[in-house]
Design a protein around this ligand. Structure first.
Ligand SMILES: C[S@@+](CC[C@H](N)C(=O)[O-])C[C@H]1O[C@@H](n2cnc3c(N)ncnc32)[C@H](O)[C@@H]1O
Length: 254
């Protein structure tokens, strides 16, 4: 007997659903093709590469190799993020690492639907430092239509600069960027978190060494996060920001 198929929570027009299916397939095919050459960049190996925090020539080689790669967030993780945003009624999302904009489509759908339901304002702030990738992403969002395209503020350039200005109070941060830059990114967005904001970080098991500084920071009780590694492939960390936790801890200690 075949295993039961998990239902999808995604509410979207058929042409958007079809585009998402096509983009996830392209991303998976690309990762498979590269895994057949010795330059493996499946998400597990991306973890290994990230762990090495390449610098100098190695970094340039790494960036070159990634320039035309989707490396899209896995479909089940995208569905989970959409479902969580819906449950939270979240309308202000930051996506660290947009690439060709696959996960961004899920964020935009959920935000559009939450805004319609709650009458709140909101935006998906997307970030990408490769201008060609940003251009392609914009093309996919245009294909989806105004409901998706109209939610997204794509900030091109280095994330540590582009997130310094015009930040709303943030409900959720998706960290889907090279591990080495994830802690500085978190610290840039942190002052804008609302209490109860959620941080989702991809590949925290496969790239655990690369994420060591980020995970140590978020797991330090003084920093106010409650953390759980969700059992998706390669790990997907869900952290809830409750800044009063730090004082609660001191209260319990006294
Ligand atoms: C894993 S991919 C994002 C995949 C995307 N979330 C999706 O699901 O389709 C990470 C992206 O982060 C971008 N990136 C890496 N360092 C960056 C930086 N300093 N500033 C902005 N973007 C960066 C890379 O170019 C890459 O496209």
């Amino acid at each position: 007997m075949s295993p039961p198929v998990s239902p999808s929570p995604i509410q979207a027009p058929q042409h958007v659903q079809d585009l998402l299916t096509q983009l996830h397939k392209q991303s998976a095919d690309q990762e498979f093709a590269i895994s057949q050459t010795k330059k493996v960049i499946s998400s597990t190996v991306i973890g290994d590469l990230e762990d090495k925090s390449p610098s100098g020539n190695a970094k340039a080689e790494f960036d070159n190799m990634m320039r035309d790669k989707f490396i899209a967030l896995d479909e089940d993780k995208c569905q989970f993020v959409y479902q969580l945003i819906t449950a939270m009624g979240a309308t202000n999302i930051v996506e660290a690492g947009t690439s060709f904009g696959v996960s961004t489509i899920y964020l935009a759908l959920a935000v559009a639907q939450n805004k319609a339901r709650t009458r709140k304002t909101g935006v998906v702030i997307a970030t990408e430092n490769e201008s060609e990738k940003a251009k392609v992403a914009r093309g996919y969002w245009a294909q989806c239509g105004e409901d998706v395209e109209g939610q997204i503020d794509l900030r091109e350039g280095n994330i540590l600069e582009t997130l310094k200005v015009n930040m709303p109070q943030v409900d959720l941060l998706l960290l889907d960027i090279w591990a080495a830059i994830s802690l500085p990114t978190l610290k840039t967005v942190l002052p804008h978190f609302r209490p109860g904001a959620v941080v989702l970080t991809d590949n925290t098991v496969s790239a655990a060494a690369g994420y060591a500084d980020l995970l140590a920071y978020m797991r330090d009780p003084d920093n106010g996060f409650r953390n759980m590694t969700l059992p998706f492939s390669n790990g997907f960390e869900m952290s809830v920001y409750l800044p009063d936790l730090a004082s609660e801890k001191h209260f319990q200690d006294s």
